[in-house]
Design a protein around this ligand. Structure first.
Ligand code: CBF
Length: 839
């Protein structure tokens, strides 16, 4: 505590946020000369980026400190968003925009001799996520701060984010993404916050003669320290700055000197490395559970440290424990943090001395669980032997949770179900899967330990109730299950990614208020007859296409004149269910068609198109890697074929990430969201593309359904089989003696096998997955309908005025897909939390 007599001095020297150019310039030079120990004679773009971001960061920190102090004083209910992935992208541009100082910084830097755009390029992406799930978490943080919700994100500070993708001879090659090479101005290391986390060991029973009770005590066998790193999360147009706390693993003793002195140097270092390995790398799998021990260690490490922090913060308030769920809402982003349920139960019963029932009641009221997929291969399960070794006490608690739950189920159904029916129900909802090896089913645990379970789009939320979790609906009724359709932050995905469009919209809507209330976009419909506005709309798109072709040239050397082409884009993780193979087969089909035409016919019949692909495959996902190879091979042929020149280009943008998405998305005329119906939980890039004035071709899947409802069927190109028919079609495939391919697809397969795209045999597994292996993703069933939709697109694009009209109407009706709306829904339906206005 600072003595009262000293406080006026503190106040006198309290840091003042910059608000004038000269303040920024002074602070910038200060950081160059002191923080970086450089000078004007030794200041490159990287140094300028670091000094500029330190200066912007200082401003954030002042507000962040005040926000935290204010929240501590008011002690509102807080939201804790637990996510193993936060795909943040770059921070500086976002921070400037949200704080409203971008123009000031730009001008100041220019006066100091730098160009802001070049400086922004120096920042590495914070790529601590795989795809949609991680980026959703990042959008949610932005909306939580903007909406002034008292909230914290908790995750891991991986030293290596998602790998950098290089394309060598058409193949994906992974290289490590060490994003922390230069110090990271956007994080504040909290070396003083060190939380011990234990693993392994054994459980002991301890008898207390006073109470005559025995107590379980977990004696951990290996201890690791969690060190906090804080990332200020600024809201847009508010002084509210929330916190994202990421944990880094450190050894308990930096170095084991006893081992060192006894000559066992390597072992002393090994322990240190073993601890640090926990937060070394992000697992690069999207929608796939690999079940590695280190991953379970990551999960427990993160969950234990976060809960310790949350419980400590609650205890400081001296409120009674019964108020815990009134003060704390914890959201589980997928099943990755499910151990938090068990850990909180353990804290309550083992450390705080609660009865089982009292503890469990609080736990269930505290947690909410978001499911992001119905795909079996993504549902997390942990083998019991591994679990027992790593977390022996937690396994006991899981058994007890399961025991009480199954008892409850049995009681409820024993009088109405036959013995067999009851057994089936119990084995399907049990947390333990009784096969060899026995496994812990994390989704079941998450459902049982949460008061609400939500899917991420209407169709998906219905599907979880009728497929993977249908037996839980029998147990709980469907009130426990709800839907919160995903959304995206318009600050990053419109204003920052597409400044020209954002400005054009602002010019019509009387400023940027729409970024806080996206429903205001609706007013754009008043300008559908405004020729000048429509012309400007078109020019903005063209400029964005120019911006993308510059990037393509830089990354691939391929030159494209954007004025000639319709841009058709599919950027997302490469996955069979997302069906990039359908797209590339379509490109091949188009190429064969172009080749079959005379030059005259080409001129009159072919709509020139550039197909842009981007996305990473999981390193061990053979089929996805083969798809990447095929795309590149097609590009190699098509882009160098004189017959196709001016009509067709096929580009694979390497190393797709958030900052590239910000350039790619605004340039699309059409983007592809073509997953097999029922497989894509929501998709969020579909929302980003439409928000940026691109139309979409898509299946009736995920959030495409609600996008269609909002923007109107005339403004979207839907095709393919419906989710409700997919299982029947798969069934028919399974029992058909052989699969009959449509003529169109046969041609494509023949072209591939003829060796046009390199060794034909190479792609055999991909073609066979359709032909002989039951075509699980319905490529053959949807192919013709996909081609027809592409034809409709070509036709529609000819009428440019109508196309622009469609584009404007679509944007005007995207208000629903703001992540601000999602957060309001979560706050009301799941968290029961109100915003806290700072006075
Ligand atoms: O809900 C966010 C996104 O999550 C995923 O990326 C996931 O990892 N499960 C889904 O695949 C997306 O559909 C969804 O939009």
């Amino acid at each position: 505590q600072i003595p009262l007599s000293s406080r006026s001095l503190w106040k006198k020297f309290a840091v003042k946020e910059f608000s004038e150019k000269s303040d920024f310039e002074r602070d910038f030079v200060h950081h160059i000369e002191t923080t970086l120990a450089r000078s004007m004679y030794n200041c490159d773009d990287l140094a300028a980026y670091q000094a500029a971001s330190n200066t912007v960061r200082d401003k954030l920190i002042v507000e962040w400190n005040e926000t935290q102090q204010f929240q501590t004083l008011k002690d509102p209910k807080r939201i804790y968003y637990l996510s193993l992935e936060f795909l943040m992208g770059r921070a500086m541009d976002n921070a400037m925009l949200n704080a409203g100082v971008k123009d000031l910084v730009k001008d100041s830097l220019s006066e100091l001799g730098f160009n802001l755009e070049d400086i922004l390029e120096q920042e590495p992406d914070a790529a601590l996520g795989n795809g949609g799930l991680g980026r959703l978490a990042a959008c949610f943080l932005d909306s939580l701060s903007t909406g002034k919700y008292p909230s914290w994100g908790y995750g891991l500070r991986y030293q290596y984010g998602i790998f950098a993708q290089r394309i060598i001879d058409g193949y994906q090659v992974e290289t490590p993404d060490y994003w922390l090479t230069f110090s990271n101005p956007w994080e504040i290391p909290r070396h003083e916050i060190q939380i011990p986390v234990d693993f392994y060991g054994f459980v002991e029973e301890e008898f207390n003669p006073q109470t005559n009770e025995t107590k379980k005590i977990w004696k951990g066998g290996e201890r690791v320290i969690a060190v906090a790193y804080d990332f200020p999360i600024p809201g847009y147009s508010t002084k509210n700055v929330n916190n994202l706390r990421l944990w880094s693993a450190k050894p308990t003793t930096e170095f084991d000197f006893s081992k060192f002195n006894s000559g066992d140097y390597q072992n002393s270092v090994r322990l240190q490395q073993r601890a640090e390995s926990i937060t070394a790398v992000l697992y690069p799998n999207d929608n796939f559970d690999q079940g590695k021990e280190l991953r379970l260690k990551q999960q427990y490490f993160w969950v234990a440290a976060s809960l310790h922090d949350i419980v400590r913060r609650f205890k400081k308030t001296k409120r009674p424990w019964s108020e815990f769920p009134l003060q704390v809402a914890i959201q589980l982003n997928d099943t990755h943090p499910t151990l938090a349920i068990v850990e909180l139960q353990r804290i309550f019963i083992d450390l705080e001395g609660f009865s089982w029932d009292d503890a469990w009641e609080i736990v269930v009221k505290t947690f909410g669980y978001t499911n992001h997929t119905v795909m079996q291969e993504a549902l997390e399960k942990w083998p019991i032997p591994l679990f027992e070794r790593l977390l022996p006490r937690h396994l006991e608690i899981i058994y007890t949770i399961n025991f009480f739950f199954l008892q409850q189920v049995e009681k409820k159904f024993q009088s109405t179900y036959s013995q067999k029916e009851l057994e089936n129900l119990l084995s399907s909802v049990s947390v333990i899967e009784e096969y060899y090896p026995k496994q812990v089913r994390m989704a079941n645990l998450a459902i049982i330990g949460s008061h609400r379970v939500n899917g991420v789009a209407e169709l998906h939320s219905e599907l979880i109730k009728t497929t993977i979790f249908k037996d839980f609906v029998k147990v709980y009724g469907d009130k426990k299950f709800t839907n919160v359709t995903n959304g995206v932050t318009p600050r990053r995905w419109l204003r920052e990614a597409n400044p020209e469009l954002a400005e054009l919209i602002a010019s019509k809507l009387g400023g940027y208020e729409y970024l806080l209330n996206l429903n205001l976009l609706k007013n754009l419909e008043n300008y559908l007859d405004d020729k000048d506005f429509k012309h400007k709309w078109d020019i903005v798109k063209l400029n964005n296409k120019f911006r993308l072709t510059k990037l393509i040239k830089k990354l691939t050397g391929i030159e494209i004149n954007p004025t000639e082409y319709l841009f058709d884009i599919q950027v997302k993780r490469i996955h069979e269910y997302k069906r990039q193979q359908l797209n590339i087969f379509g490109v091949i089909h188009r190429y064969l068609w172009i080749k079959s035409l005379s030059p005259k016919e080409r001129k009159s019949l072919v709509q020139p198109k550039v197909y842009v692909f981007g996305g990473k495959s999981a390193p061990g996902y053979y089929m996805a890697k083969l798809i990447i190879k095929l795309i590149n091979a097609v590009g190699e042929l098509v882009n160098n074929d004189a017959d196709a020149e001016g009509y067709l280009k096929c580009i694979f943008v390497p190393d797709y990430n958030v900052s590239k998405a910000q350039i790619i998305i605004p340039a699309s005329d059409i983007s592809e969201h073509i997953s097999t119906a029922g497989t894509e939980a929501s998709g969020t890039s579909n929302m980003k593309f439409v928000l940026n004035g691109g139309l979409i071709i898509g299946t009736v899947d995920g959030a495409n359904v609600e996008i269609t409802r909002e923007i109107g069927e005339d403004n979207i190109f839907l095709f393919g089989n419906l989710a409700e028919n997919v299982e029947d079609i798969r069934h028919a495939h399974r029992y058909a003696p052989h699969l009959e391919l449509p003529e169109s697809l046969k041609q494509v397969f023949e072209a591939i096998e003829s060796g046009k795209f390199g060794e034909g045999d190479e792609y055999k597994p991909l073609l066979d997955s359709v032909r002989y292996h039951k075509d699980y993703y319905l490529v053959s069933d949807d192919f013709d309908s996909y081609l027809q939709a592409q034809e409709l697109i070509d036709e529609a694009y000819k009428d440019r005025d109508d196309w622009i009209q469609k584009s404007i109407i679509s944007v005007a009706n995207m208000g629903f897909f703001s992540s601000d709306r999602c957060i309001e829904e979560y706050a009301e339906m799941i968290w029961d939390v109100e915003p806290l206005e700072r006075d």
